[in-house]
Design a protein around this ligand. Sequence first.
Ligand code: SF4
Length: 387
Amino acid sequence: MSIPVSTKSSTRSVVTKTGGIYIHVPFCQSRCIYCDFYSTTYGAEWKRSYVDSLKREMQLRREEINTSRVPSLYIGGGTPSQLPSSLLLEFFRAIQDNFTLDKNAEVTIEANPDDVTPEWIASLLQTPVNRISMGVQTFSDSLLRFLNRRHTSRQAIEAVRLCQDAGYSNISLDLIYGLPGQTLSDWQADVKQLLSLDVPHLSAYALSYEEGTALSRMLQEGSVNEASDELSWQMYEYLIDETATAGMEHYEISNFAKPGMHSRHNSSYWDGSPYLGLGPGAHSYDGGRIRRSNNTSLKEYVLATADVPHQNEVLTPEEQYNELVMTRLRTASGLLLSLLTPEQKSYCLEMAKPHILSGNLMQDALSLRLSRKGIFVSNSIISDLMY
Ligand code: SF4
């Protein structure tokens, strides 16, 4: 059990070390039926107020990390590419007024393909962004319509080309597999299309039916069916094989990258590094026991006069152990045993024994790692190793 700490108007710092920054931009033009990320479809006046409030939150919380050497900045959402150019530039000016990015900092912005226009790129070129993450999800137009995505397959391809032509080579695309009605050959076509675009990074997720989404209501009503485990495994296996053939490293269960092109910001989450999260719904972590979640309310965010409404959570040692197992076992480098206390290590290795014997886990002197076979049943292995 974590200990929730009520901090409605607290200005207490939770992050004190060098770490990255995440900024949540809570705007989408429309909602995709599978998505449970926090966002609103509010209009222009809310975007103006959001940027004003974000500037205030930056000033108030900037000391929570080492402001002079920020190694990574990730602008996520929502849909950051929904900010108009003038606000986007103001947003980055505020970042530069409050923080100094490391000279090699990775600066990522998420974009929807239909927002990627020559005008948007011209604005982006005036910012420190050096990495673009685009939610493509599938190249099938009928599935895109079903998901209520706003773009077509052609728009996604053109968006990638526009970014590449402007000099943005560090591009990550997101795909989803196991969509209702999606066949193995549909998925194979998606993977082939993605690889033909020559992007250095791919995040691919099995569809999950998140509570409260339109898609999960459709599942409850019986109007869609979940993909079978067998089909999902075939899709995942195809993805692993094709990306390997294309020279990409499978560095985390859902993430694939050409050598040297791992997402440094996301890797820092998996490494347990501290980070400062700004914006409604953003999370922060002090690298130890304290996690902070800003409330998922744009209205509360813009109305706040002091620190934005949030909750702090103090992790118990058991929760810290569970997080280590959950995040690190998902990575190719695995769970470093030296990170565990002697008691945790002996518990972990005891729980791991049957999976080592069955060949799903591999142990060496330093770490525990999922084998290729184990990747397919990672959820049950991780849950067996947790307290
Ligand atoms: S998937 Fe992206 S664009 Fe769609 S609703 Fe979620 S945050 Fe918005």
